[in-house]
Ligand binder design. Structure first.
Ligand SMILES: [Ca+2]
Ligand SMILES: [Ca+2]
Ligand SMILES: [Ca+2]
Length: 599
């Protein structure tokens, strides 16, 4: 059993060594100050957005931050002074080569009104002058105090949640700070993640927050398991809460769960990110999003991140469970958002910044079309996302061009997928536009309670996975979904997501590379070989379970959206191939299950 830590996915992700059994949930400002990354640092990266309030009162004994009892004065209709610095809200500019969400265009149609989003994070300053207009009175919960009150930061270092909530739903046109992607969405905050808390307590609080209020429509989850390349299973109670919300949330249309992808793309052997972040020789192991069990739950939307030029940040993780990207900062091109103490900042980053952009875009879509199911929202996001870095070799064709064309006025969508960028960067304006006109295909509507069509098969090949070195020695096994089996009648006509449950005994699971090949030849690279666990492979602290175990491990793949289980040929051969890429330590591929889900 690997340890289960929960980490806020800010950039840089952590400034201290990972250790077993200890929660790593660090405040962003602290790590920025410690590494000198992102400019500014400490209090230098923040500026007051309004004068200091009169007669402040302490919220928690011993806390350094004080809060006013009265709300801040604002000017209705006044320009937000930091809006111009919020490049992520602007439309993409192909000529300049810059990316953007196009939120400023989308606002003409929707601003998130009537949509309630929940931020499960560290403390959130819901009393901030630019958040309080959207904060639901009595809707939040403070786990530190155990009361239904605003979960306020205690120090200026507890900055992560306020930054995330500000990106999502800071108020617009009030003459304060900037604006959120969904500037009229209603916000509640749950500070389930507390630095230093036991992982078990954190997960218990997260599960509690997920089930707290059926009025929540969108959940933003800018945190994840340790980004150390090891397998981290989803917490069972968290997974159950999400599964229930997907089934029963929003009157059966499904609540929306947006996760940050992860910051483990280029980690160093000892987990330290402060040596020289730009030195590639420091990049000793690469975490992938497929190794974080929460991101493999059907029903989660995993948000990747790209920088202003659409490039992959050094810390970004790859994976087949990515859906669409938000934007994030890297040093000088950071994200401008809110900071505790009624301040603002210009240096937020990491995958934590990208997720609330996706959540905000979904809030805009839900105002435009409240009856969209969670599955239709996925489709629309995938279809309308903007391709970044089109020359990147990771882009490959999908089947989405054939499927939506049936009901989108005959306009084919030449949609590609990338294990780095999912279907591309969210285009809020295009997504809102499509939400307004979306027509599901006849006979494949998804309404309240519509069942997912699912079929699955299992094989137990019992193959020994040798590691001869020099070249990869692939071992393959195939499952057939050609319609000849009675079980095939439950298969969807069009796939929305694919799950692979993989079991192997192996003393060092990270040696394995795993790929799924669809009948149409599309390849999902589920796992790369890597170093894992925060120490080198030869490290003394490793045990046989250092990388976690492939015991029915679930991978989720979004690449196959729109494909038919039988494929174009009708033969329906789905092949899983596995190679042990590292000499030393071998194991046995015991079994695998393929589950195809869609409509
Ligand atoms: Ca504002
Ligand atoms: Ca990760
Ligand atoms: Ca090996």
């Amino acid at each position: 059993m690997t340890h289960r830590n929960i980490t806020l996915e800010a950039h840089p992700p952590q400034s201290q060594q990972l250790s077993r059994g200890r929660l790593v949930a660090l405040a962003l400002a602290l790590t920025l100050a410690a590494t000198g990354c992102g400019g500014g640092g400490g209090s230098g990266g923040t500026t007051p957005s309004v004068p200091a309030p009169p007669s402040p009162t302490p919220v928690i004994a011993g806390c350094s931050l004080l809060y006013p009892s009265a709300s801040q004065p604002t000017q209705a209709g006044a320009v937000d002074p930091l809006l111009a610095a919020q490049w992520h809200l602007q439309p993409a500019d192909p000529l300049a080569g810059t990316m953007g969400l196009g939120a400023t265009i989308a606002w003409a149609k929707a601003q998130g009104r009537g949509v309630r989003v929940a931020v499960i994070d560290g403390p959130v300053e819901t009393l901030h002058g630019d958040l309080s207009p959207n904060a639901v009175i009595g809707g939040s919960f403070d786990y530190r105090l155990g009361s239904a009150t605003a979960p306020l930061p205690c120090t200026s270092q507890e900055a992560h949640g306020t930054a995330v909530a500000g990106i999502l739903a800071a108020a617009r046109s009030n003459g304060l700070a900037g604006a959120g992607v969904a500037p009229q969405a209603s916000v509640v905050a749950y500070n389930a993640i507390e630095a230093g808390a036991r992982a078990e307590l954190t997960l218990q609080r997260i599960a509690n927050a997920l089930g707290r209020d059926a009025a929540n429509q969108v959940y933003n989850l800018s945190w994840g398991s340790d980004d150390d390349g090891a397998l981290h299973p989803a917490d069972a109670t968290v997974a159950a809460a999400i599964a229930q919300g997907v089934r029963q949330g929003r009157g059966g249309l499904g609540a929306i769960y947006v996760f940050a992808s992860g910051n483990g793309g280029c980690q160093t052997v000892n987990g330290r990110a402060d040596a020289d972040p730009l030195d590639p020789t420091r990049c000793q192991y690469r975490d992938m999003t497929g190794f974080d069990g929460h991101l493999n739950l059907p029903g989660t939307f995993t948000a990747c991140a790209v920088d202003r030029e659409g490039r992959l940040p050094r810390w970004a993780e790859e994976g087949e469970n990515l859906l669409v990207c938000g934007l994030s900062g890297d040093g000088a091109q950071g994200i401008t958002t809110l900071a505790p103490g009624n301040r603002t900042r210009t240096d937020f980053g990491g995958a934590s910044a990208a997720a609330p952009m996706v959540s905000g875009a979904i809030a805009l879509m839900l105002e435009a079309r409240p009856t969209l199911s969670w599955r239709d929202i996925r489709l629309i996001l995938a279809e309308t996302a903007r391709e970044n870095q089109p020359d990147d070799p990771s882009w490959a064709a999908t089947a989405l061009d054939r499927w939506p064309a049936q009901w989108l006025g005959g306009q084919p969508v030449r949609k590609r997928f990338s294990r780095r960028f999912g279907f591309g960067v969210v285009d809020a304006a295009a997504a809102v536009e499509r939400a307004l006109t979306f027509q599901p295909p006849l006979g494949a509507e998804v309404g309240p309670g519509t069942a997912v069509r699912t079929c699955e098969k299992t094989r137990s090949p019992g193959i020994t996975l040798s590691d001869p070195g020099n070249t990869l020695f692939w071992q393959s096994d195939t499952l057939r979904f050609d319609g000849s089996d009675p079980a095939d009648t439950d298969c969807p006509d069009r796939i929305e997501w694919v799950e692979v449950m993989f079991s192997a005994t192996h003393p060092y699971a990270a040696d394995l590379q795993i790929e799924l090949i669809s009948p149409d030849g599309r390849v999902s690279r589920l796992a790369d070989s890597r170093v894992c666990g925060g120490v080198g492979k030869g490290g003394a602290s490793g045990g046989p379970d250092r990388c976690g175990a492939y015991a029915g491990w679930r991978f989720l793949a979004n690449r196959h959206l729109g494909e038919s289980p039988r494929g174009d040929s009708g033969q329906g051969n789905w092949t899983l191939r596995v190679a042990d890429a590292v000499v030393g330590d071998i194991g046995t591929w015991q079994s695998w299950t393929l589950r195809l889900s869609g409509r």
